[in-house]
Ligand binder design. Sequence first.
Ligand code: EPZ
Length: 424
Amino acid sequence: MSTECIIVQGGKRLSGVVPIGGAKNSVLKLMAASLLVPGVTTITNVPCISDVLTLQSVLEHLGAEVVMDSNAHSVTIDAGKVKDTAVPYDLVAQMRATITVLGPLVGRFGKASIAMPGGCDIGARGIDMHLRGLEKLGVSFKTLHGDIHAHVGPKGLVGAQIELAFASVGATENLILAATCAKGTTVIKNAAREPEIADLADFLVCLGARISGQGTSVIVIEGVDRFDPVKGYATVGDRIEAGTFLVAGALAGGPLTVEGVRPEHLATALMKLEACGAEIATTPTTITVSHRGSFAPVDIQTLPYPGFPTDLQAQFMVLDAVASGSSTVTENIFESRFKVADEYNRMGARVRVEGHHAYIEGVEELSGAPVQAPDLRAGAGLVLAGLIADGTTRVSGVEFVDRGYEGIVEKLATVGAQITRETV
Ligand code: EPZ
């Protein structure tokens, strides 16, 4: 069976402007939120990535009509026709973010059935906080043959005080989505503060929800009993795509500018780029990076926002892999998000993994090699490593990269990379 891979010739200097698309980790939730609306909703700044197509198939399975316009980067969703509330395993298994339809389904229809999302390459990816929080709002669950059957009692959803044990992004989103339909007030404490959460809350407010505190750790939701369609809500820029290209610019010299992202959404990552020796310049919607000479090693600890984002950990590890000294990367969010270290080591890096820590000894130069992407962000990291490696790097597992990056090959080629996709 033929597969695709990305081929990179190392050593080219990168400079120029890279347009950044809408955030994958927001648009999937905005699309799920459209299930609340018995009408037609349009979302813009939608990236053409496979995860969006996967969610489209989930919404269509439920009965919604979904029209993607890849040229306009928009999606129009008519959820007025939704009648089914069951999501089968084969759809959930493709993408665990599908769990985000649980909140709107129980909110609008009072019931839902969804396959338990399995783990993935980066960790167990539990949903206990989603379920416990929804129970506080009046949802009861039965698990049967791998499916979760959710049911709202006769009193309907009722607002509650919920405190999350961990600032879970997904749990915060599902609880906001359900609470918008609950009678009375819901307060979510220790809520996740990611910009994608604020984007979802702002979208819901446009639909008629009453939410305050988004972006802080205490979010207050007053339930409402109707939602109105919104035309043309623009998804927030993808800070992780932007951060990925900024690491490319730092590694390969720059100056490289990413446009369509808010610098304040990447504050910690920009601090780390400057700490390793890169120069950063910003405007309200662009960030420019350049770098000359050697890289200083930087220690990294991934944390919930506004801490260093776990989704940029694999990419920043490339900077440390060629830094002039040793560094430690600590992964606090997921249990096994260091699989890419073995692939970096195939390229001559010196990364030693012990539990949640990766100990890195910087080397002079990486050497190009055939490597396999174990997950989405690691795949992007391997492409970045290929940009500076001596010789040719062949990254397999491109299907992972396509889940979260629209046109990564074309965008890197535009700023000077010698990079192609090939079917092998
Ligand atoms: C979202 O995942 C993102 N995905 C992830 O991005 C991102 O890494 C993560 O947030 C953290 O920022 C999407 O938005 C689609 P969590 P999510 O709930 O919602 C555990 C990428 O590459 N947990 O904050 O799953 C969980 O297992 C992806 O774009 C429970 O144990 O993140 C994980 O270890 C990867 N029980 C940790 O918390 C729960 O009920 C963080 O999970 C919920 C979470």
